[in-house]
Structures are given as C-alpha cells and as structure tokens.
Ligand binder design. Structure first.
Ligand SMILES: [Zn+2]
Length: 369
C-alpha cells in the first residue's frame, strides 16, 4: 500500500445535514480521517448485535506484519530476474514447471504465518464475539424460562452460534485468534493447514500432469522445509502425497490457474456451514423483527471479490433496518456489487477496528437503566 495522503471517509445518506467531524488516525502507512458519525453508527450496531458475521480479506492480515504474497514474490522476482506475478509463482502450474520456486513460496508463507502473531484487531473482534455470545446465551435462557409463553417471536434465538467468521485468507488467523467458534469459521479458499494430492507432473509442457490427484482426501501439512526468506527457493525434493506416494503434495489452497485441481470440499472449508448459518440468521430475523445482524467486512478487495459479494448478498437478503453492513477498506469502500454498505470506513483494518472499539468502550461504560 502506498497511500500517504489523508483521506476523508464519505458519509452515507443518514449523515447528511450533520456537521461532519473527523478523527485523525495514524495507521497502516498513512494518516486516515474517519467520520465520527460513521464510527459511532458501527459501534452502536455492534453493541446491540444479536448476530455477527466477521468477514476478512487480505487487508485484515496485512496489519499483522505478514509479508504479502506480492512482497514474497518481489524477492523471488529479484532472484529470478523475471517479472513474474505472485499468481504465477505460487500458482497451480508452477508446481510442475518449477517446484523449487513453488514450494519455496509456500514454505516461506508457512514460516511467516507461524512466526507472526495476530494483531490487536483480532482481539477486538474476539471481544465482540464474547459480547454477542453473552447476549445470545441470555436469549436462550429467557426462552427456557418462558416455554409456555404465547409470544413466539420473543422466543426466536437463531442459529446455535451467533457469530460466524468468513474469509478468503489462507493464514488461519481468524481461527487461531478465536474470532468465532471452531465450527463457525469458513475458509473458502482453503487453508495452508491442510494439504492434498496434486497429481503427478509429466515433465512435459503439455499436459503438465501425467495423472490427476489420486483422491480428494486431505492431510496435515508437511513440516515446512527451511527456506531463506530473502530468496525463498526450496531445493529439497518436493513433498509426496502420503496416499499414492507418487503425486506431489500441495496446499489445499485455491491457487491461480487451479480450476478443478483444487479439492473444494465445502464441509472442510466451512462453506456449507456458512450457508446454513446464513439461512438460520435470515429465518430468525424474519420471525423476530427485533433481532439485528451486523456484517463487518474487513479488507476484502475487488480483485477477487468473493467475500465482498457474499457479504452484500447476505445483507441484501435482510429486511431494511435489521442489518448493517460495515465495510472497512482503504480503497473502494463504497463500491458495491449487489448492495452498498450502510457504513464505509476508509482506513486499514487495525486503524478502523481500534476506533470502533473506542466507541464500543464508551457505550459499555454507560450503566444499563
Ligand atoms: Zn496421491
């Protein structure tokens, strides 16, 4: 990110006519201006949320000091002297064309992820999870106490887990940081924790594989070979599939150029659980118009907008006034594919999360009537 100049967040229609006050904040690689009214609106919604979806993209990971794919690739690029994009270096075909480069990239990522700690923003998100779960537990207790009540609406509690985490990131940080319960996390592009059979390279330019993967079974990632992070290449023999012993083992991550080479198991990625969660939340909101959903979408870009699109789809399926879509992104925060966000905060993840939390703290400090 090369953003340096302060940027003003744009208000939405609800803030028109109000004097706009801005909070200046240092974060990421620049100075950011966040509109007070929008930060307060986000905090208020989170403070009262019955259901919470945390959706994270690359911009959420970036603040943990993780080297970005592009950054790792720059190092590869200097060694290769070629201008190869990280898509290609870490992509599906490279496993056959240049395994040293391919495994160097992915082992370097595994080392970097293992050494990095999830940043403070993840703790903020974990705190929101606890608050929403506490409110949910209270609703569940109330329901038990009032089993004979005629008022069915007030007995609606929604899905078992009121908080869900959805991500296209493969670093596993949302899971590691406990942003949602283990069964309520979807990593739709896979995760570096699990590997799969990649098939047998042919040694020819075409076809690249003499045999496709032996099956869809996933296995634990092999221990990463040591690689020099300043010139990540792996000279060790590529890891083999423990099942067929012939195919190369590779991350169960949706790689550039993968097509159906990626084992897209919806049970494993959590995509199936996410769909069920959405259905249960939408049904609960319909049955009880007093319930509220907040979708916090963080650092989800437009390049591969799979997470953005899912957030907007869920938001669009909810009745007006029952859901908020809070988008945190230093770029294109207002742009919508299916629906526009109700709150767009133009800032990096950590900067925006800190500011929202400061407002949530103020709300929590007010004694309940
Ligand atoms: Zn195999």
């Amino acid at each position: 990110m090369e953003q340096q100049a302060p940027r003003a967040a744009h208000g939405d229609s609800t803030c028109k006519g109000e004097a706009r006050t801005m909070a200046v904040s240092e974060g990421g690689s620049g100075t950011w201006l966040l509109e007070d009214a929008l930060v307060k609106r986000a905090a208020g919604a989170i403070f009262e949320a019955d259901f919470l979806l945390v959706a994270g993209g690359a911009g959420l990971s970036a603040d943990s000091g993780l080297p970005t794919f592009a950054g790792i690739n720059k190092k590869l690029g200097s060694e290769q002297a070629g201008q190869m994009s990280y898509d290609q270096a870490a992509g599906s075909d490279m496993m056959c064309r240049d395994p040293g480069l391919f495994y160097g990239f992915w082992f370097a990522c595994m080392h970097a992820y293992a050494e990095a700690e999830p940043h403070e923003g993840y703790r903020v998100l974990q705190g929101w999870r606890k608050d929403v779960e506490n409110r949910h537990a209270l609703r569940c207790r109330n329901r038990q106490a009032k089993t004979d009540a005629a008022d069915e609406q007030s007995l609606e509690v929604g899905p078992e887990q009121p908080v869900f985490a959805l991500t296209s990131n493969v670093d596993g940080f949302l899971r590691r940081a406990g942003v949602a319960a283990p069964g309520a996390v979807a990593e739709i592009h896979g995760s570096l924790r699990r590997w799969q059979c990649g098939g047998v390279p042919s040694g020819c330019r075409f076809p690249l594989l003499s045999r496709m993967r032996c099956g869809d079974e996933l296995f634990e990632s092999p221990p990463p070979e040591p690689v020099d992070l300043d010139a990540p290449r792996c000279d060790a023999p590529p890891p083999r599939c423990p099942r067929c012993k012939e195919g190369l083992a590779r991350p169960n991550v949706y790689l550039f150029g993968d097509g159906d080479r990626f084992v897209a198991d919806e049970e494993t990625t959590g995509a199936a659980a996410y769909r069920q969660w959405c259905e249960a939340v939408i049904a609960a909101l319909r049955r009880n118009d007093g319930l509220r959903l907040v979708i916090v979408e963080i650092g989800c870009g437009l390049r591969v907008p799979s997470i953005r699109k899912r957030c907007e789809e869920l938001f669009a399926a909810c009745a007006v006034g029952q859901a908020e879509l809070v988008r945190i992104n230093p770029e294109f925060a207002q742009q919508g594919i299916v629906a526009a966000p109700t709150v767009s905060l133009v800032a990096p993840a950590l900067t925006a999360l800190r500011q929202i939390q400061a407002e949530v703290d103020k709300l929590q400090a007010v004694p309940a009537p």
